[in-house]
Design a protein around this ligand. Structure first.
Ligand code: ADP
Ligand code: MG
Length: 462
């Protein structure tokens, strides 16, 4: 049987990196959160939480990374980045990989959370999304209480529990927290977490390989089924049908179902009435944007978890400017940690925070429409909007299309899947486009200039 060398190789690279990087903090900030997708002699694919992150590594650590890779592997593979926003900050990668490569004996007082996650790889739960890391405030306390209740008495109180609300407000976090809590109580419980999109993709794959029966049975054995972003099911009739039956099977055997969506079920256009009414049988609660105090508390908690000293006035400064979305709040903090580390200061200054905020708030205040990106890029390359969004793959349209995808990733808050949907393609195509353009940006000066000019034109609405 072929053994995937990825964890072992990556671990070796990390060891060399840890010795060569200028500081421990540089290592913790920029390499801890990286997840290796594939490491071989030809290519290294690394998953990072954001485009900013990939750019940062490319600009500041690319040489050193290449060097360490050569030292560790004795070969010079290509290094590629893929963006996976849910990686967020600092999961304990080193420990995880070390233990995956060679199980180390543990002291009794160490909390074995990471190992447990690894031992149960199927659940897909993010170890960081627990009740203890969730900050409760007026904006989310109903949903938090409902999630806790469901975790204490699954299948009994509210079934399903539906949590809805805008992007980056903690829906996925709460959903995973339920999973963790139930697992703590009942380690043998069968828990599945996945996005509605993944549910659909797996169902399609099952149909193609003639294994629908196995697919059905798998999910109907769940004690807890967590389906994220069910609005995705809108208008996907076959998937809704399958989901309806899975739902009923679980519901009838009193197994807990938890769903999230961006709107209340009733308002999801294209969601079948029978699903809407099933969803409404349970409890539907919402999460709203957090108020100032909660935003400050989230920043403080997050900083403490990263052992980063965040003075109160700076937390307040950030929290009063970044309002709509917790992910962005965390993004600001990440940058602040980075700046502090790069400038080798013992703690962040107000000036640094202001500088970060000026980029951030500026970018946020000008909401850029995906259509305007398409228009600017298409005009620049002398093709039509339809050609840009179309299927042809000749270089004269494929490159502009990839540039448009990249800029959409950079200049809007759309997720990879949403961008994919916009172009009627899937998210892996978008990742491919972004990595390709990033590589061009790093290697091709004229191309870089012209893409930066396009970005400015879009920013200024020209
Ligand atoms: P959603 O699923 O609603 O889009 P997520 O659950 O992915 O949002 O949350 C986005 C990020 O913000 C995650 O890193 C999450 O841990 C964090 N977050 C959101 N709400 C809270 C909260 N109340 N306390 C702590 N962290 C939070
Ligand atoms: Mg989510």
């Amino acid at each position: 049987m072929a053994v995937d060398p990825t964890p072992v190789f990556w671990n070796r690279i990390l060891e060399v990196l840890a010795r060569r990087l200028p500081s421990q903090q540089a290592f913790d900030t920029w390499f801890q959160p990286v997840q290796p997708r594939r490491v071989s002699d030809e290519v290294i694919e690394l998953e990072v939480p954001s485009l900013f992150f990939a750019e940062w590594i490319q600009q500041h650590y690319f040489e050193i990374l290449n060097e360490c890779v050569q030292l560790a592997l004795g070969s010079a593979p290509r290094i590629q980045f893929a963006i996976r926003p849910e990686l967020a900050l600092v999961p304990p990668v080193v420990e995880e990989l070390a233990s995956a490569a060679a199980p180390a004996p543990r002291r009794a007082d160490e909390r074995p959370t990471v190992l447990r996650e690894l031992a149960l790889p199927d659940s897909g739960l993010n170890p960081r999304y627990t009740f203890s890391t969730f900050v409760v405030g007026a904006s989310n306390h109903m949903s938090h209480a409902a999630a806790l209740a469901v975790a204490e008495k699954p299948g009994v109180l509210y079934n399903p529990l539906v949590i809805y609300g805008g992007v980056g407000l903690g829906k996925t976090h709460l959903m995973h927290a339920i999973g963790h809590r139930i697992r703590e109580e009942r380690p043998e419980a069968v828990i599945y977490y996945m996005s509605a999109e993944k549910f659909m993709n797996q169902m399609i794959a099952a149909i193609q390989t003639g294994s629908t029966l196995a697919f059905r049975e798998k999910y109907r054995r769940a004690d807890l089924l967590l389906i994220d972003d069910v609005q995705f099911l809108a208008t996907k009739d076959a998937t809704q049908e399958e989901f309806f039956h899975t739902f009923n099977a679980l519901y009838e055997s009193q197994k807990q179902i938890v769903l999230t969506s961006d709107k209340p079920p009733r308002e999801i256009e294209g969601l079948e009435e029978r699903l809407v009414s099933r969803f409404n049988q349970g409890l539907v609660t919402d999460v709203k944007p957090p108020e100032l105090e909660t935003r400050v508390a989230i920043l403080q908690k997050r900083a403490a978890a990263d052992r980063f000293y965040l003075p109160g006035d700076i937390a307040l400064l950030i929290a009063s400017h970044v309002k709509g979305n917790v992910r962005e709040l965390e993004g600001c903090l990440l940058r602040l940690i980075a700046y502090t580390s790069i400038t080798k200061r013992p703690e962040p200054t107000t000036e640094m925070a202001e500088e970060i905020l000026s980029e951030f708030v500026h970018a946020e205040s000008l909401a850029i429409e995906p259509d305007s990106i398409v228009l600017v890029v298409a005009t620049h390359y002398g093709i039509t909007r339809d050609q840009l969004k179309g299927k042809r793959r000749t270089n004269s349209v494929a490159l502009p299309r990839q540039i448009a995808m990249y800029l959409m990733r950079r200049q809007t808050t759309l997720s990879l899947s949403e961008i994919g949907r916009f172009f009627d393609r899937d998210h892996t195509t978008v990742i491919h486009a972004c990595t390709k353009i990033e590589r061009l940006l790093a290697s091709d000066r004229p191309m870089r200039d012209s893409i930066e000019r396009l970005a400015e034109d879009i920013q200024e609405g020209r």
